[in-house]
Design a protein. Structure first.
Length: 425
């Protein structure tokens, strides 16, 4: 659907929603926590880690939870709010009921509809007890007086009333309901992945209006504005969890490295700020849930448009020479790598997905897995942006995508140029 058509539809739905008085019923339950206040606060601290709340609500170099960090979207920037208990600019005058409405209904204290850059379509699944614990913890962080920045959204997306239509299309409030025929660990994993973990915010494709395509939930997609591809968690030809052991998934999520692969790109921050701090049982529950997802058998990249044999030989020969000069010391002439320090390239599905954006960006910008308790001194990859031109990057990425049994489309210099000019973050 073209954006202008989608926008017209949204306007019509928003008008209908407002005219009909369609608003989610404010069914705020009573606070249910009955334990000691200290226990509730500690529980809230842990839940804040599970949701990586500081990741968005802390600006680079700023005070924890004081807001101000820009969340870039195709429609403009949304700036995270101040979650400290400052009475003037934070949530100091909020009640637990106000916080519940924000998490569960996506509405601020004054009743304004919140932009879904705050992932309330996921947070609505969080229980009232956990929401109250999170609020209790945030009340204990040092208050910081820092006024919220105005969002810089383009017209007409800066008209908040349009959210009424967006919500009708993409938002349905509802706390997570355990699945009766699944065990407690599976349900715990589902609760974390679907709720506070908000995994589908990145690992699910987006519509023209920015809603997640739930018909392809966790099936992968480009992360808007960040120019990274979050792989499918339901396809063996992408993340490929179908033949991973649960222990391998746990190791990757908890430490950032495993024998088969390593974490890079935006997921590094998730592991660093959130997943490494979770209990072993919670990470295992998430791994068990992810492992249980129905695995689609989408075809692997078949190699793209036909390439003349002479051209293929030329590209592969050039790529092989570049690989020998720059890559063999770490990844080996056979692509086996030296895991977990240097991940294998042979059979690495992160290289052979249809989108080559991630390997292109790794060659251009280099990077490190996150430094974690389980991998405190991560080995990194140097950036080759200064030393390799677009033709050379295209050749070496094409080579690793088509060697040691790998099979994927060739990369063009134009693709490399596109991501060379993008931000390295």
């Amino acid at each position: 659907m073209k954006p202008w058509i989608a926008l017209s539809v949204a306007l019509a739905i928003a008008a209908l929603a407002l005219f009909a008085g369609i608003n989610e019923r404010d069914d705020t339950p009573a606070t249910v926590f009955t334990g000691k206040p200290a226990e509730q606060i500690e529980r809230g601290r842990y839940l804040a880690l599970a949701g990586n709340c500081a990741g968005c609500h802390t600006a680079r170099g700023g005070a924890d939870y004081a807001g101000g960090r820009a969340v870039e979207t195709p429609f403009g920037n949304v700036y995270a709010s101040n979650l400290t208990p400052d009475a003037k600019t934070g949530i100091g005058v909020w009640t637990a009921d106000d916080f519940w409405r924000a998490m569960h209904h996506g509405k601020s204290k004054d009743g304004k509809l919140l932009y879904p850059a705050f992932p309330y379509p996921n947070y609505t699944r969080v229980t009232r007890a956990d929401t109250d614990a999170l609020f209790a913890y945030l009340r204990t962080v040092p208050p910081v007086e820092q006024a919220a920045r105005e969002h810089t959204l383009r017209f007409p997306y800066n008209n908040r009333f349009l959210l009424a239509g967006w919500r009708l299309l993409y938002f349905k409030p509802g706390v997570f309901e355990p699945v009766a025929d699944r065990d407690a660990a599976w349900n715990r994993g589902a609760y974390l992945v679907q709720g506070l973990g908000h995994c589908n915010a990145c690992h699910t494709g987006r519509t023209a209006l920015g809603g997640t395509d739930l018909k392809a939930d966790l099936a992968g997609g480009m992360i808007p504005m960040l120019n990274w591809y979050a792989p499918s968690l339901t396809s063996d030809v992408e993340a490929g969890l179908g033949d991973w052991q649960i222990a391998e998934i746990v190791q990757l999520l908890k430490t950032g490295v495993a024998q088969r692969s390593a974490i890079f790109g935006p997921m590094s921050e998730v592991v660093y700020r959130s997943l490494q701090h979770l209990s072993a049982s919670d990470v295992q529950a998430m791994a068990a849930y992810l492992k249980s997802l129905p695995q689609t058998r989408a075809p692997a990249d078949s190699g793209g448009p036909p390439v003349a044999a002479q051209d293929m030989q030329r590209i592969m020969a050039r790529g092989a020479k570049l690989y020998e000069d720059h890559c063999t010391d770490c990844h080996g002439s056979d692509g086996a790598g030296k895991p977990p320090a240097y991940p294998p390239l042979a059979g690495n599905r992160a290289l052979t997905m249809r989108s080559a954006v991630n390997p292109i960006r790794m060659v251009l910008n280099g990077g490190f897995p996150p430094g974690t308790n389980g991998n405190p001194r991560p080995y990194g990859m140097p950036p080759f942006r200064p030393t390799l031109n677009d033709d050379e990057v295209a050749a070496v990425v094409s080579y690793v995508r088509n060697s040691w049994g790998n099979r994927a489309g060739l990369v063009s210099p134009l693709e490399v140029d596109r991501f060379r000019s993008a931000s390295p973050d």
